[in-house]
Ligand binder design. Structure first.
Ligand code: PLP
Length: 287
């Protein structure tokens, strides 16, 4: 059965869904996106992702095409049409198709946004063997642009980072700028030392992870100590444990950084516990 996707107001089989070759998402990477996970057919932290979408659009002077309720309806329609139990819903919004190529933004009155939504099934979203085993990471210089707080579709450098990690036999790369870790290619990065969870503070340097916000809230509720500050690769290698968070991987332990095993070289207790709490609480709050 072919997947049903949403394009500019229509639900279509993926083979019939098209966008223009003049779409600014294609020509200029002029677009933003969101990814919301789905557990048991329900959306995890939809409102967090919706709020970040509004912010990303605003930061790029793009009008928001659909309000929260309309967007939620489309998410739910796609879950039903594609019978998604565990998986992801992507929303991609670009500055649209001005009908020609130009660096200047088109007039939004005459050029509506392009809006695309699609689903991906992920049977192993919750019971994930990668999360059970933990991942190795390598470090790479952070050569992305300096507004990483905006969730844009400019994913070439993160994609190159994932490829470099794969070539090195690792699961992901952590980006380093001015000697400090910013974040992973598609996740926020954490270390744990003496029971204290350390993760970089929010700024334009990193994406403000929706999973990060939830995990830090749950950690505080569980009386775990949290410190928001940057750390070096050397400090991470000397940590008791490390982990990453994202909507598609929840909490995933890191067991090795640049060839140095952390602690016992197996997923640490804090990361494992936070993953359990995150899944438990997300299930309760999913809509
Ligand atoms: N940082 C980057 C660069 C990301 O691409 C992502 C997710 O895609 C995250 C962090 C984690 O954000 P979230 O928890 O909202 O998925």
């Amino acid at each position: 059965m072919s997947r049903i996707v949403y394009v500019n107001g229509e639900y279509l089989p993926e083979e019939e869904a098209t966008v223009s070759i003049f779409d600014r998402g294609f020509l200029m990477a002029d677009g933003v996106y969101e990814v919301t996970s789905v557990i048991g057919g329900k959306l995890v932290d939809f409102d967090g992702h919706d709020a970040r979408l509004t912010r990303s659009l605003k930061e790029l002077d793009m009008a928001r095409p659909l309000d929260r309720d309309a967007l939620l309806d489309i998410h739910r329609a796609l879950l039903a049409k594609n019978a998604i139990d565990n998986g992801l819903v992507y929303v991609q919004i670009t500055r649209g198709n001005p009908g020609d190529r130009s660096f200047l933004f088109p007039d939004p009155e005459t050029t509506p946004n392009t809006v695309v939504l699609f689903t991906q099934t992920m049977p192993e979203l919750v019971d994930n063997p990668t999360a059970a085993a933990g991942i190795k990471v390598i470090s790479l210089p952070d050569w992305r642009w300096h507004r990483r707080d905006i969730k844009t579709v400019q994913l070439l450098y993160p994609s190159m980072g994932k490829m470099a990690a794969k070539a090195a036999g690792a699961g992901d790369a952590w980006f380093v700028e001015d000697g400090k870790v910013t974040e992973g290619t598609s996740n926020n990065a954490y270390i744990v030392k003496g029971g204290r969870i350390i993760t970089r503070e929010l700024s334009h340097d990193i994406l403000h992870g929706i999973t990060r916000a939830a995990v830090l809230r749950y950690a505080a509720e569980a009386q775990m100590e949290v410190e928001e500050r940057a750390f070096t690769i050397a400090e991470a290698q000397a940590a008791d444990e490390a982990f990453v968070t994202s909507a598609s991987t929840f909490v995933t332990p890191v067991i090795e950084i640049d060839g140095v095993a952390l602690g016992a070289g197996t997923p640490g207790p804090v990361a494992r516990r936070l993953r359990e709490i995150y899944i438990e609480e997300s299930l309760k709050a999913a809509i």
